[in-house]
Design a protein around this ligand. Structure first.
Ligand code: BGC
Length: 870
């Protein structure tokens, strides 16, 4: 957690309720007519524990929870308060049964705010590799480092934002602007992370597409992302479903509202979609300080409050903690709900094996000092050793370098200027090639743009243990390189006719609690243009040199028009956000040891006005922003295709130093799609049961002779009997409309983690032979897009990425047969009336395209009609 609590100290209690007009509205989940977005109530919270792959973990959890007191249970649901421990957040503990404070900590690219860790490439870089194995390997590295530092829950991967807003500050934390790329990236990352015993936390669920106005304060309410049911299912929910299917242990809710109900207490999203339809078995937590209501959130399905604080952080108050104890004792929150929260938390803990020798935190994200206060937020705190400086890097630099290298995306390479030769005469320009002049990690959470851009800023960062800059790496290889680490083109530079200029530029963004060069997280001031007058630098170089290579480190789409067509600009590379191995990964490609094999995880437009207006950032000083997702599914390339707008570089584009030919395409039917809707789901299995009697008040009483830490959040009450007295009085709690304790019928689209397992039946598979037809080794990325038939009766994007594979390194002349699987879900649309996924029977009319980008199809297949090369 960043020291941004000050700016948050004025958080409002006011919460958009999960209620609204029961008549629904324009963005109602079932209906697109009317006026107001509305999130329907969905109660009660479904129990976890009905799936066989979680059975053992649930059995252990059940046994333990059966023996816990009220205070012990509450302790596991609530953080101890911000800055009340080493991690971004930690729950209370249950020493009686050896359960420590569960440590939850950032980030999706490395353990944050510590030492001797690896700063891996960011999510957007991982997406650009289109390499499932590297996605997994990086996940393993992240998990091993989390474990090594004693982090129980690593707060990633991020698949929300999804890149709806090109200027959005945190798009770079995720894998790209497409639900399938995000879904595969997330699933592979989660599997890798959790293979080490660390619990992953997929975030931010959902609709957190811009940074400004994401949170509630006394003057304004966080924006409401108004998303209709179909768009939610076919786009924004997709990667979360893949994450749940990968058995993710926890889900973090977003700050904002969805359809006018705050995500942290949105019963439709948590109870209905996540826990019932997607069959999520782990636990649901708030984003930091996003908790805005006690009973409401418990009933809506929230399981953990992070970092535990109430409306005003650092006061020792909480919406839960003692208040949850009270609301259970007075009968408002059913004891059954509390039992389910704790069972879910412990089931995830047991499932990852954290009961077996899992390390305790051996670092402090609050200080670099060896010794310090154990609870810095307490003002008066016991002190001790807080940093043991445990080195968790192992050989993860190898994976970090491989990811950064295999993500490098070659946009243009006229006259095969690249790869460079060792003895080429090079002139290098731009501060983005060099170090931060003020020192490594000189600004907290990377809240500055100095030197090579290795990651964006905010909580999604980690410190760099070291940094190989492009300058270091080029100097290592070339003795004929001259460096001008400046963003103002030096007028004195002489350009020989053989000289090659390499110009480094970048574009940065981050999280809202830090403003960098006027950009409050989102790219408000910089827009989609290079920072530090990067365009001018390229143009100045192109005026003097006849051969210019441009290297771009960027958080997302960037406009290249001021110089991309200038004659001297021969080659352009996007190196994304490479982490600590920035330099080595780049020279691996620049000097030809590897062919570039990254592909764009988003579209690069000619101009920003090519995007629909509805995806602009929204700023509004007062009143809640209603952000209506009127463009529906038409995000990124889906929009460009629909409006017939030519992009500068399409989604999926990426050149190599060699060329590939696709041949012998074949389409096979694997599981026939005999029915429009998937076969019926299985019934739910049984879930743990507990007595539903309210525990004795004494279970929430302060233990005798207890040494309290000031401002620490405990589960205890001064006078627990008074809560029980309320339970016996006539006072009643105003339950939300639609509240019930009778279980809902099992949603037909559910049945297992992620949904009905039949959705992942492989319906078709496409085989192609990819041959390296050029003169250098290289790796191809065949991407498979589907076009769904009109017979489904719905407007669908004309291409949707559904699968990709990356070949091994093919030598010149070498071939590989690649198989690309297409599932039932891949050819389905979400039927808002039936509330299920609907496919064309037998896949009739489905068209399939395989190619090197969304616009570069090499193979076309029609179900029933065979395939041809194009
Ligand atoms: C961010 C989360 C992060 C959390 C803890 C929040 O501000 O939105 O992504 O995990 O802080 O640092």
């Amino acid at each position: 957690m960043a020291p941004r609590w000050l700016s948050l100290a004025l958080l409002a209690v006011a919460a958009p309720s999960t209620l609204g007009s029961p008549t629904g509205g324009r963005l109602d989940t079932r209906d697109d007519s009317g006026n107001e977005a509305f999130s329907p109530p969905y109660y009660p919270a479904p129990h976890g524990g009905w799936l066989s792959n979680w059975a053992e973990a649930y059995e252990k959890a059940h046994h333990l929870v059966s023996n816990l007191t009220l205070a012990e249970k509450v302790n596991l649901t609530t953080g101890t308060g911000i800055f009340m421990g080493p991690c971004a957040g930690q729950t209370g503990s249950v020493p009686r049964f050896g359960i420590p404070n569960i440590c939850l900590h950032d980030s999706p690219l490395g353990v944050r705010n510590t030492d001797h860790n690896t700063a891996f490439p960011a999510g957007i870089t991982v997406g650009a590799t289109f390499d499932k194995e590297l996605m997994y390997e990086r996940g393993v590295g992240l998990g091993e480092e989390a474990r090594g530092k004693g982090v129980n829950v690593l707060l990633g991967p991020s698949v929300g934002p999804m890149g709806r807003k090109p200027r959005g500050g945190r798009n770079w934390e995720g894998f790209g602007f497409d639900p399938v790329l995000q879904g595969i990236g997330a699933a592979q990352t989660i599997k890798g992370m959790q293979s080490t015993g660390a619990i992953a936390s997929i975030k931010h669920f959902v609709g957190n597409e811009q940074e400004m106005h994401r949170m509630s304060s006394v003057v304004t309410q966080g924006y409401s992302s108004n998303i209709n049911d179909r768009t939610l299912h076919e786009f924004y929910l997709w990667p979360f479903a893949e994450g749940v299917r990968a058995e993710v242990g926890s889900v973090m809710m977003a700050y904002n509202d969805v359809n006018r109900s705050a995500c942290s207490q949105n019963s439709k999203l948590i109870n209905g979609i996540l826990k019932d339809e997607l069959g999520f078995q782990g636990f649901v937590l708030t984003d930091w300080l996003a908790h805005i209501g006690g009973v409401s959130s418990a009933l809506a399905g929230l399981d953990m409050s992070m970092p535990g604080d109430g409306a005003i952080p650092l006061f020792g108050d909480s919406y839960w903690g003692p208040e949850l104890s009270r609301s259970v004792l007075n009968g408002t929150v059913p004891v059954d709900r509390l039992n389910d929260m704790v069972t879910r938390i412990l089931a995830a803990w047991f499932k990852m094996g954290q009961d077996q020798d899992y390390p305790l935190p051996n670092f402090s994200s609050n200080t670099d000092d060896e010794e310090g206060p154990l609870y810095p937020g307490a003002l008066i705190s016991p002190s001790g050793v807080v940093n043991q400086y445990v080195n968790v890097q192992a050989d993860h630099n190898v994976t970090a370098r491989a990811v950064a290298r295999d993500a490098i995306t070659l946009l243009k390479n006229e006259g095969d200027l690249l790869p460079l030769r060792r003895n080429d005469s090079l002139k290098i320009f731009g501060t983005d090639a060099g170090p931060d002049p003020q020192g490594l990690n000189s600004c907290a959470d990377k809240g500055c743009n100095r030197g090579v851009l290795t990651m964006g800023w905010g909580s999604g960062t980690s410190k760099l243990p070291y940094l190989i800059t492009p300058q270091d790496a080029i100097a290592n290889i070339s003795s004929k390189a001259e460096f001008h680490i400046t963003d103002s083109f030096p007028s004195s530079v002489e350009a020989g006719s053989e000289d090659i200029a390499i110009v480094f530029i970048n574009s940065d963004s981050g999280e809202n609690y830090i403003t960098v060069d006027g950009n409050p997280g989102d790219r408000t001031v910089s827009g989609l243009h290079a920072w530090h007058n990067g365009d001018e630098l390229v143009k100045a170089a192109a005026e003097k040199f006849s051969q210019v290579v441009v290297v771009i480190h960027t958080v997302g789409p960037i406009i290249l028009e001021e110089w991309i067509d200038l004659d001297p600009v021969k080659a352009v590379l996007i190196a994304h956000l490479p982490g600590q191995e920035a330099g080595n990964s780049l020279t691996d490609v620049l000097f030809g040891a590897y062919s570039p094999s990254g592909h764009l995880p988003y579209t690069i437009p000619y101009q920003e006005s090519n995007y629909p207006e509805s995806v602009d950032l929204i700023q509004q000083p007062f009143g809640q922003i209603q952000d209506d997702y009127t463009e529906g599914l038409y995000i990124d390339y889906r929009h460009f295709l629909k409006e017939d707008i030519r992009p500068r570089y399409p989604f999926g584009h990426g050149l190599s130093y060699t060329t590939f030919e696709y041949s012998e395409p074949a389409l096979s039917v694997i599981t026939p799609l005999d029915t429009e809707y998937p076969p019926s789901r299985p019934d739910k299995g049984s879930t743990p049961t507990y007595p539903d009697t309210i525990p004795p008040a004494s279970e929430a009483a302060w233990p005798k002779n207890f040494d309290r830490i000031w401002r620490y959040i405990y589960p205890y009450l001064d006078n627990p009997e008074s809560a029980t007295a309320v339970a016996n009085s006539s006072e009643t709690y105003p339950y939300p409309d639609g509240y019930t304790t009778d279980p809902q019928p099992a949603p037909r689209a559910g049945g297992a983690e992620g949904g009905n397992t039949a959705l992942w039946d492989v319906a078709f598979s496409v085989q192609i032979t990819v041959t390296n037809t050029g003169r250098r080794p290289g790796r191809a990325v065949p991407q498979l897009y589907v076009e769904l038939p009109d017979s489904l009766g719905l407007d669908t994007p004309s291409r949707q990425l559904r699968q990709f594979e990356k070949t091994k390194t093919l030598k010149p002349g070498e071939s590989e047969v690649v198989t690309l699987d297409i599932t039932r879900k891949d050819v389905s649309v979400w039927d808002v009336v039936v509330q299920d996924w609907k496919a064309p029977v037998a896949g009739e009319g489905v068209k399939i395209y395989v190619g090197e980008s969304v616009l570069d199809s090499r193979v076309e297949c029609e179900v029933g009609g065979g395939c041809s090369t194009l």
